[in-house]
Each structure stands twice: as structure tokens, then as C-alpha cells.
Ligand binder design. Structure first.
Ligand SMILES: [Zn+2]
Length: 368
């Protein structure tokens, strides 16, 4: 099939939005800043902007057909201050899953009452550890955040208290001839970015679609798919596409069957994860659509973990759902990496799917 509308590869404006989204502050439960940004970008093109009472922001392009929910979560993995020591160090709990090995010596931003404070995650230095201790991984519970203070009072003075949120400090950059983007928070703001970009192009290019499109920047995914539940309840979708990152398997040490997608080889389609088995006719439609539109597609599977789709597909009496991904290296760390070409192809695939999701097609997903 020939795509006849004008589509440019992610332009400067889109890349600017991507950068701002990734650099915005917003661990699980603290998404106000990033979702205000989403609202600001999307309001000019949306027919309606809505919010639920947990913090998700959603926006619609109205039509006559089925309600298509596109969902991408905007919370990032971060931390929450759990105590302040007499000596002025901060202990923390995690918001979302963190691997101990990626934490030490990393810069973080703590958001307090008086604004952002920079610090570093540290532990007892190796110089004073025994030989045995040096070989062991330092656990999170033995780490602390150092903001350069020397007393509890100094921390208080800086406006920091127990319960304040923390995120990685990690500027967005383009590398490898500007083909690859490197940033924090790709999981899953790249999903939110893809759906915003797809809806912007649909609106600006006047692409006809047989449905109402609802894009949602969901909250609190990393702590248990919480925002997906409340927004699905609110919008009552007939069908849903969740946009997510995938674990790129083209990293040394990963066996081919452990992570199937590779960075730069096209969007992924999750065929199974711990939270959902996709609707099978819908899954086949994604495969056929990619083929027809000549968009590369990688079949994927995740034996651990889940996505917002885990909640959305069980909303009310059920909702046919698929998860489409952008393969991403090094997720849940300070620096993720993904291909702009994959991102572009994911946008194109979403647009092609939306064009096909009319009543007849959506009803066929569950017809016997
Ligand atoms: Zn994640």
C-alpha cells in the first residue's frame, strides 16, 4: 500500500518535544510536571482534553466510530526520600524497579519545597572495605544520596524532607550521526511521544480515520499499572493500543531467545508477557498492516514484566488490546538508547492501524 500523505521523518519540532519530555521531572506518583507539558503540547490539536483523578491526562480526536485508546505512561523510575540522617545524608526507597548495579556514583535531582537540589548516590568507598566486601554488590539499602550537606538541619534548610521525589539526572542527546537518542525516561515517555506525534500528524495532515482516538499519558505504571486502570474506566475504550519500550536484545551477554527485538530493526509487537496475552485477531491485523505498509516489525515476548495493557484489556467486560514497542537498550537506568528510525516507524504503524480500526474490524476481534 502506498502512503500518499506527506510524512516527514521526525522533524526538529518533534525532536524538541522528545527532548523536553525525557528531561522533565516525573517519577511514579509525581507526574504533574511532565503531564502538564503533555497537555500544553497537545491542547492546540485536541478536540477535548480530559483528566482522571489519579493524574492521567488524555486527549481526543473525535469521530463516529469505535473509541481507540492509545496509552503510554509518563512516569519514570525514580526514588522517594525515606529518612534524613543526622550527618545530612538521604536514604531512599525506589519508585519502580532499580537494579543495584546501575546506581552508585550516579547523579540525581531531588525536588524539595525550595526547588531542585542536585546530589549523587553513594556508599562506603571501596578503599576502606575488606577484600571480601569489595567483591559483593552494594545493595540499595546501604546506599544514600549525598547533597553536600553536613547535618540534618542543612538538609531541612535546603527544603528537603521525607517523602520528596528523586529522579536521575541525565540530559537528552543524539549520537551516532543523530540516528540514536540517549536519555532517561524513554520507559515510557517514548510511548507517550509516539501517540502524541501520531495524533498530531493525523490532525495536521487531515488523515481520515473511522473512529474516536483517545491518547492517554498514564501515571504510576512502574508501581503496578495503576493509572491504566483509572483512565480505562473513565474513557471506556472499544479497542486499545499500548505504546511501550521493549528490551532490546542486541546487547552483549543476552541470548537471542531472551530478548527478541533489536535496536534499529523496527517496532516490536508483544506476543506474550506476564500481564496480557493479546487479542489474537488484533495481533494478526498488526502483522498484516505492517506488511502492507512496508513497515518492519519484530515479534517480541517478555517472560517477566507487564505493561498498562495488563489493566486495559481487562477493563469492564474486556477490551481487545495489543502492545507495540520501540526496542530500547539499557532501560531502568540513567541512560536508555533507542533508534529514531524505529520511533518514526512506530508512529507510522500506529497511524496505519488507526485508519483500519472501524466498527466492523473492531467487532471482528471478538466475534465467534
Ligand atoms: Zn519500566
Amino acid at each position: 500500500m502506498l502512503i500518499i500523505y506527506a510524512i516527514v521523518m521526525l522533524d526538529e519540532q518533534a525532536l524538541g518535544i522528545m527532548k523536553e519530555l525525557m528531561e522533565a521531572f516525573g517519577p511514579s506518583g509525581f507526574e504533574r510536571e511532565v503531564n502538564a507539558l503533555v497537555k500544553q503540547y497537545i491542547e492546540p490539536i485536541a478536540d477535548e482534553v480530559l483528566t482522571d483523578k489519579l493524574g492521567t491526562v488524555a486527549f481526543t480526536l473525535k469521530g463516529d466510530g469505535p473509541k481507540v485508546l492509545l496509552a503510554g505512561h509518563t512516569d519514570e523510575v525514580g526514588f522517594i526520600i525515606s529518612s534524613i540522617t543526622k550527618e545530612g545524608y538521604l536514604t531512599f526507597n525506589q519508585l519502580g524497579g532499580w537494579w543495584d548495579q546501575v546506581l552508585l556514583a550516579q547523579r540525581v535531582v531531588v525536588r524539595g519545597k525550595k526547588g531542585d537540589v542536585h546530589g549523587v548516590i553513594a556508599s562506603k568507598p571501596p578503599h576502606i572495605l575488606s577484600q571480601d566486601e569489595r567483591k559483593k554488590v552494594v545493595e540499595k539499602k546501604n546506599m544514600f544520596i549525598d547533597i553536600g550537606a553536613s547535618s540534618e538541619e542543612e538538609v531541612e534548610e535546603a527544603g528537603i524532607k521525607v517523602g520528596d521525589p528523586v529522579v536521575p539526572w541525565s540530559p537528552f542527546s543524539l549520537i551516532n550521526d543523530d540516528k540514536i537518542a540517549m536519555a532517561k525516561a524513554f520507559d515510557d515517555r517514548i510511548g507517550a511521544f509516539v501517540l502524541m506525534e501520531a495524533m498530531r500528524r493525523i490532525k495536521e495532515n487531515g488523515i481520515a480515520h473511522p473512529n474516536t482516538i483517545i491518547g492517554a499519558a498514564t501515571v504510576q505504571e512502574e508501581v503496578g499499572l495503576r493509572g491504566a486502570q483509572t483512565i480505562a474506566h473513565k474513557v471506556e475504550p472499544d479497542v486499545s493500543i499500548v505504546l511501550e519500550v521493549d528490551i532490546a536484545g542486541d546487547v552483549p551477554g543476552i541470548k537471542p531467545h531472551e530478548a527478541l527485538t533489536k535496536m534499529g530493526k523496527g517496532p516490536g509487537l508483544i506476543t506474550y508477557d506476564r500481564s496480557m496475552i493479546p487479542n489474537q485477531p488484533f495481533k494478526e491485523l498488526v502483522i498484516d498492516t505492517a506488511k502492507q505498509a512496508q513497515i518492519p516489525l519484530q515479534l517480541s515476548q517478555m517472560s517477566g514484566g507487564g505493561t498498562d495493557a495488563g489493566r486495559i484489556h481487562m477493563d469492564r467486560t474486556g477490551c481487545p488490546t495489543v502492545v507495540i514497542t520501540v526496542p530500547t537498550r539499557h532501560i531502568h537506568s540513567h541512560v536508555g538508547m533507542l533508534s529514531l528510525k524505529d520511533t518514526e516507524n512506530t508512529v507510522l504503524l500506529v497511524i496505519e492501524l488507526i485508519k483500519r480500526l472501524d466498527w466492523e474490524t473492531v467487532e471482528s476481534f471478538t466475534a465467534l
